[in-house]
Design a protein around this ligand. Structure first.
Ligand SMILES: Cc1cc2nc3c(=O)[nH]c(=O)nc-3n(C[C@H](O)[C@H](O)[C@H](O)COP(=O)(O)OP(=O)(O)OC[C@H]3O[C@@H](n4cnc5c(N)ncnc54)[C@H](O)[C@@H]3O)c2cc1C
Length: 332
């Protein structure tokens, strides 16, 4: 019988919490590979029980490697264990989040398996059984489609928030569960873990924010920045910027939204003084509600906005604050 091709997702966890990118990858894998078996590969200690959380995102199978030694495991050892699993089951593809751990494990595994790996993908789709991986190339100036035609598995890391996560209906989430307890354990013990702390990845912060006020060149003056910061505090939002503001100093790439910055997925995104260049737009495709403010009615940002205000950023922010002040006064 022909084996159903499998697309594997590494179910990265930190201190018993599944990294959100895993849910995004499971969702995307279901969308792009409906004929494949979507498999979540989870490493956990016997006291952790994380499979149920993964099941909510509809994998066909959860492959759990359970071992108490996983509490003290190094990246090199994890890569060796993954290599054993891959050699045993021969998946078609293997996806990782482009997180600190994913960026460490995926190349180690790729080197062991002598296959292809595309790092930091922004889009994925299948053409038959060939994984087409899209990423910015040549100094981020073009988008390149990369394939690995003759080696398996096809491997990719994907930036957090590139895709949206979607749970499946509870009655549709009955994955097959395989618990593996007998993998040959690599003989490496370089260190002992004394304490563990959740890593703040470069993506933590802006990419996890529920509300963002994004400032562009048209809102880069000191007055707009001051009002935006105070409004952000008021509505519990983070400030993001376009590249000209990063280049201008005062902001870093951690604050920048877009192709060469962060991918964001807030519930509410204000775009103030932003024209809507493709490099910026590629970082906001998963924002739920976009409010754009720009005096140019032809600005490209309006074509992706849910609400638009044709006017100046500073005037818009000041008006918002005045409305709020009036409301506070009325409530007194
Ligand atoms: C390889 C590469 C990678 C890149 N990566 C990124 C990236 O990750 N992120 C990114 O953002 N850019 C990136 N860029 C740059 C991108 O091409 C644009 O230049 C940039 O997004 C434009 O930023 P902006 O909208 O703030 O400025 P502009 O394009 O100059 O737009 C300013 C807007 O402000 C409006 N405006 C003027 N006055 C006001 C006012 N008083 N109030 C409100 N609006 C006003 C104007 O009408 C205009 O639409 C990249 C470019 C390259 C080549």
């Amino acid at each position: 019988m022909t084996k159903i091709p499998e697309v594997w997702i590494f179910a990265e966890q930190q201190l018993g919490q599944i990294e959100p990118t895993v849910f995004q990858l499971l969702t995307r894998a279901r969308e792009i590979a409906p004929r494949f078996k979507v498999v979540a590969v989870l490493f956990e200690t016997p006291t952790q029980h994380l499979a149920a959380t993964l099941a909510e995102y509809g994998p066909d199978k959860i492959l759990v490697v359970q071992d108490p030694r996983l509490a003290q495991v190094a990246d090199a050892e994890q890569a060796t264990l993954l290599a054993h699993l891959v050699q045993r089951d021969q998946p078609n593809s293997f996806l990782f989040g482009a997180t600190a751990l994913g960026r460490s494990l995926a190349p180690r595994l790729q080197a062991k398996l002598q296959t292809g790996l595309t790092a930091d993908c922004l889009a994925l789709h299948f053409e038959d059984e060939l994984l087409v991986q899209t990423k910015p190339s040549y100094g981020d100036n073009i988008m390149c489609e990369i394939v690995c035609p003759d080696k398996r598995p096809q491997m990719a890391t994907v930036r957090p928030n590139t895709f949206a996560a979607q749970k499946v209906e509870p009655d549709r989430s009955r994955p097959e569960l395989e618990v593996v307890t007998d993998l040959p354990w690599p003989e490496v013990a370089h260190f002992q873990i004394i304490a563990e702390k959740k890593v703040a990845t470069p993506q933590t912060g802006l990419s996890q924010a529920k509300r963002i006020i994004a400032l562009g060149r048209g809102a880069a003056d000191a007055a707009s920045k001051t009002v935006a910061r105070s409004w952000a505090q008021k509505i519990d939002a983070q400030i993001g910027v376009t590249r000209p503001l990063t280049d201008g100093g005062g902001f870093s790439v951690k604050d920048q939204i877009g192709q060469s910055g962060q991918t964001v997925a807030p519930e509410l995104l204000f775009c103030l003084g932003i024209s809507g260049a493709v490099q910026f737009l590629s970082g906001i495709t998963n924002a739920k509600v976009i409010v754009a403010v720009n005096p140019d009615p032809q600005a490209a940002i309006f074509s992706v906005a849910d609400y638009g205000f044709v006017g100046e950023a500073n005037g818009f922010l000041t008006a918002l604050q005045q409305v709020d002040q009036r409301k506070q006064a009325a409530l007194k």
